[in-house]
Every structure is written in structure tokens, then in C-alpha cells.
Design a protein around this ligand. Structure first.
Ligand code: NBP
Length: 496
């Protein structure tokens, strides 16, 4: 029997749709699932009559593949991945390849890569984005691992992945070991931020401007028009869902759906990594906090009986405020992506991922949830200057922010007067504000407090008009401590 080009383990939503996608591009695919019954259902259903080989023993699965063997795991992240790797090692040889296409934590991927490398088996950890539809029709793929491992699947990935409007494949080699999964995790964090920002705008429309679901849908539809700076998949589906009536009723689904958002954890990893790498991601973090707050419905029902705020009505300024919201959302999006990109930069430095930010943004243009016109602009800015210290400094974005920042200020002000929380919008605004502050007075105060109670030291700047930090002859920042408990409170320089 002819051997399969590739094998997929896991026939849940992602695995079975990826297998169908591969088969539709001319590849013979073998499949295996821990619970054989699921394989049987797949083989007798969607896979029937297709060039897909159903297998029920792991050895049979591996034997059915041509060499070098390409095994793609599409199983739940964590232990199942490690368990399959162990079992597969009994049958794989040097030069074979395991690909983990699930949402794995990048440090696990680094560990697995090292472990398998010692055994001569190559390993790719790859983000596969776009959910069920993406898996079937073309996902964005973010592979990390050995370059020679990538070359073994480059053609396959290029054939099955999404293609952007200019025909470019939404896959590229991301970098070594955990690079692909780190980028996918960051993508998910950015996705959380995008969703929260759009949610806050819709809340603003409903509560500050008293707009109906249909009106909101019309506005969002315009924002998704060709060449609009906000054009994106998430705006498109938000517009669509605003119009939706609950099946069999006359109620708008948006008025009936419970205000609870769950999460699977990749956004939390993004924020965890950001904390570890000392990269501020306030918009992304706010979106996690907002999801967390959404979970405790009982508490919110209780607190809302005790705390009540005035809610100013701004519906008379609807037209003007809709325009303001448009540009405010765009600025917040720039800020949020700047945070995500800064996280990628820090991780690239720490883990030597050698990430290419322009290419990463390019690869997100189709086949993933954050696909948007805006990503093209990000790519162009990084192509002009790959060493951009922060995305907000890209001339195109800096110009827009400088000209329109007061709209974000106004949005936040109106939102708060109408008792609409704007966690992510505020986070985006304050990120810009702090980043653009040559002197952060709050940090000056904290530095003083830390030195006062803990003798932690502080640095010295020239003064309000000279924000540069004083350095010694070797170029090192001079550090001082005030003896707060001694009479006269003398200052001494700390020399370590
Ligand atoms: P799930 O994440 O629901 O995983 C189901 C698969 O994992 C089944 O094959 C199941 O086998 C297997 N599995 C489990 Br659960 N526990 C196992 C264990 N202890 N040992 C061995 N196998 C085990 O499937 P999915 O939604 O298709 O997602 C697959 C991967 O892709 C995940 O990492 C997910 O995070 C990621 N992802 C999902 C989406 C999405 O939209 N769903 C999007 C992007 C990425 P069984 O059938 O025998 O229980």
C-alpha cells in the first residue's frame, strides 16, 4: 500500500479539519486518535472516499508513513503531547519529525525540542490559527524548530495555509525551538486585546449613545469597508453578530447572551510572559482582567445593588462621538499591537529567537482571528526599519497618534461619564502617555518611597528640563541613597 506523506494524531475539530485540508491539496494523510471510535466516525463520515488512511494502533500509524516520517500532533496541550512523544519514540528513527500543532506553552516546546534533538528526532512547535474554518480552508501557521525540520514540511505548510490578498502564503519559518509557539501565544494575547477593545466600543455605543444592535451593526459594517483603517475580521463578525436575532425569537442575540467570557489560557500565558520579561502589556492584561471579572456574575449582581453611578446620556452627540470612537479604537489598536510587538522583541532577545516582526505581521494577514488591513501597514513599517524601538514610533502610526490622541481622551471621558468601563482603552491610552513621558513623575515618587523605606537607591536626572540620567565616566548610571534616618539626611553615592 502507498505510504502517506504525513500523519495527524488527534481527530477532534482541528486535527480532522487539517487532515481534510491536507488531503484536498493532494497529500495522502494517515490519522490516529487515542479513542479509536472517533477515528472510525471520521473515516465513515467526512473522510469517506478520501485519500485518508485510518489507523487504530500507533505502530500501524507510524508504519503507514513514508520516511522521513512527518507526524503532526493535534491533541490537547500539556501531558497528552508528552505522552504521545514518548510513545512515538518507540517507532521513530533519526531524521523523523514530530510537529506539535496544538496551543502549547513555548517553554514546553523548548524542553521538548531539546529532548528530542538528543534522540535525533526533529521537532517543530507550531501555532495553527483560525479555528475550525482555518484548519479546513487555510490557517495561518507559525512554525518554530530546526530549520532543516521546517524544510521537511515547508511545501506541505505552504500548500495548506491561508493566502493573503496578494497571494503570499501565511506561513514562514519563525525561528528555533519555542519561537513559533511564543508568536502564536502573543497572537492570542493580541486577539484578546482586539476583542476587548471592540467590546468596549460596542458597550459605549449601547450605553453612552443609546444605539440599537442594528444601528451598531451598520456603523461596524462601515468600519469594515475596503480601505477603512479598522477593516478586520473581528470588526466584520462583530457587525454580523449585532444584527443576529436569537433563533426562533424576535430578540437580538446581543441583548440576550450572558455577559460571561471564558478563556482557555493562552492570553494568560501572554501576560505571564510579559511579566517575566518586564514588558508592559496593559491592554492585553486588561482584556484578561475583563474576562476574569465577567466570570463572577453573582458578585457583580450583588455589588451593583450597593454601588450606583450617574449615567450621562450622550445620544445627542451621536454622530460626532461615533467618528471619535472610530479613531480612538484605531489608536488603541496601535497601542495594543505596540505592546504585543514589544513582547516579541523582548522574547527574541532573551531566547535568541531572531524574530522578523514584519514577516510575522505579514503572516497574520489571513487565516487567523486578528487578520486585518492594519497588519500590512505594520509590515511596511518594519520593512522600512526592522530595528524600530517601538511600533508607536513608526512614522505612519506616530503621525496618526499625534493628530488624533485627543479623540481617545474624549472617548474615555465620555465612556466614564456614561458609566461605561473602558479597561483596555484606558490601558492603551496610558501606555502611550507613559511611553511618551520623558519624566514619569509617578516613578520618581515610587523611587523615593523605595529608598526611604528600604534603602533601595535612586538615579538622578538633570531636572524637569533635562530628563537625561546622570552617568559616571564609564557610562554607568550613578546611583544614590539618602540617609533618611540621619540628621540632615545626607546623600551618598552607592558604589557596588
Ligand atoms: P482538543 O484540544 O479538544 O483535544 C482533543 C484531542 O486530544 C483528542 O484527540 C483527544 O483524544 C486528545 N487527548 C486528550 Br483531550 N487527552 C489526552 C490524553 N491524556 N492522551 C492522549 N490524547 C488526549 O482538540 P482541538 O480543539 O482539535 O485542538 C487541538 C489542539 O489545537 C489543542 O492544543 C488546541 O489548543 C489547539 N487549537 C485549537 C483551536 C480550536 O479552535 N479548537 C484553534 C487553534 C488551536 P480522545 O479523542 O481520545 O479524547
Amino acid at each position: 500500500m502507498k505510504k502517506s506523506y504525513v500523519g495527524v494524531i488527534g481527530v477532534e475539530v482541528m486535527g480532522r479539519n487539517l487532515a481534510l485540508n491536507m488531503e484536498s491539496r493532494g497529500y495522502q494523510v494517515s490519522v490516529f486518535n487515542r479513542t479509536g471510535e472517533k477515528t472510525k466516525v471520521f473515516m465513515e463520515g467526512d473522510a469517506k472516499g478520501k485519500n485518508i488512511v485510518g489507523t487504530y494502533e500507533l505502530k500501524e500509524f507510524v508504519d503507514s508513513l513514508e520516511s522521513p516520517k512527518r507526524v503532526m500532533l493535534m491533541v490537547k496541550e500539556g501531558k497528552p503531547v508528552d505522552e504521545f512523544i514518548e510513545k512515538l519514540l518507540q517507532f521513530l528513527k533519526k531524521g523523523d519529525l514530530i510537529i506539535d500543532g496544538g496551543n502549547s506553552f513555548f517553554k514546553d516546546t523548548i524542553r521538548r525540542n531539546t529532548y528530542l534533538n538528543e534522540k535525533g528526532v526533529m521537532f517543530i512547535g507550531t501555532g495553527v490559527s483560525g479555528g475550525e474554518e482555518g484548519a479546513l480552508k487555510g490557517p495561518a501557521i507559525m512554525p518554530g524548530g530546526q530549520k532543516e525540520a521546517y524544510l521537511l514540511v515547508e511545501k506541505l505548510f505552504k500548500d495548506i495555509c491561508a493566502k493573503a490578498y496578494d497571494g503570499e502564503a501565511c506561513v514562514d519559518y519563525i525561528g528555533p525551538d519555542g519561537a513559533g509557539h511564543f508568536v502564536k501565544t502573543t497572537h492570542n494575547g493580541i486577539e484578546y486585546g482586539d476583542m476587548q477593545l471592540i467590546g468596549e466600543v460596542v458597550w459605549f455605543f449601547k450605553n453612552a449613545l443609546q444605539m440599537t444592535g442594528e444601528e451598531i451593526a451598520e456603523v461596524l459594517k462601515k468600519w469594515n469597508a475596503k480601505d477603512d483603517i479598522l477593516r478586520s475580521y473581528l470588526i466584520e463578525i462583530a457587525a454580523d453578530s449585532m444584527k443576529e436575532k436569537r433563533h426562533g425569537t424576535n430578540d437580538f442575540l446581543v441583548d440576550k447572551v450572558a455577559d460571561i467570557t471564558r478563556m482557555k489560557g493562552t492570553g494568560t500565558w501572554t501576560v505571564g510572559s510579559a511579566l517575566e520579561l518586564l514588558v508592559p502589556v496593559p491592554t492585553i492584561a486588561a482584556s484578561i482582567f475583563a474576562r476574569e471579572m465577567s466570570q463572577d456574575k453573582d458578585l457583580r449582581l450583588e455589588v451593583s445593588k450597593v454601588l450606583k453611578f450617574p449615567k450621562k446620556d450622550f445620544s445627542k452627540e451621536k454622530k460626532e462621538l461615533i467618528e471619535i470612537a472610530h479613531d480612538a479604537l484605531y489608536i488603541a489598536k496601535i497601542s495594543s499591537y505596540a505592546q504585543g510587538m514589544a513582547l516579541l522583541q523582548a522574547a527574541s532577545k532573551k531566547y535568541d529567537f531572531k524574530l522578523n516582526y514584519g514577516k510575522i505581521a505579514k503572516g497574520w494577514r489571513e487565516g487567523c482571528i486578528i487578520r486585518a488591513q492594519f497588519l500590512d501597514d505594520i509590515t511596511k513599517e518594519y520593512e522600512k526599519n526592522p530595528e524600530l524601538p517601538n511600533l508607536l514610533m513608526a512614522p505612519k502610526f506616530a503621525k496618526f497618534v499625534n493628530e488624533n490622541i485627543t479623540k481617545l481622551t474624549r472617548f474615555i471621558e465620555v465612556a466614564h461619564q456614561a458609566a461605561v468601563p473602558a479597561l483596555a482603552m484606558t490601558g492603551a491610552f496610558n501606555y502611550i502617555l507613559q511611553l511618551a513621558s520623558p519624566i514619569m513623575i509617578s516613578a520618581q515618587v515610587s523611587a523615593l518611597q523605595r529608598d526611604f523605606f528600604g534603602a533601595h537607591g535612586y538615579f538622578i536626572v538633570g531636572g524637569p528640563k533635562n530628563p537625561e540620567i546622570e552617568k559616571n565616566k564609564e557610562g554607568k548610571m550613578r546611583e544614590f541613597h539618602t540617609e533618611w534616618m540621619l540628621p540632615g539626611r545626607p546623600e551618598r553615592e552607592i558604589t557596588k
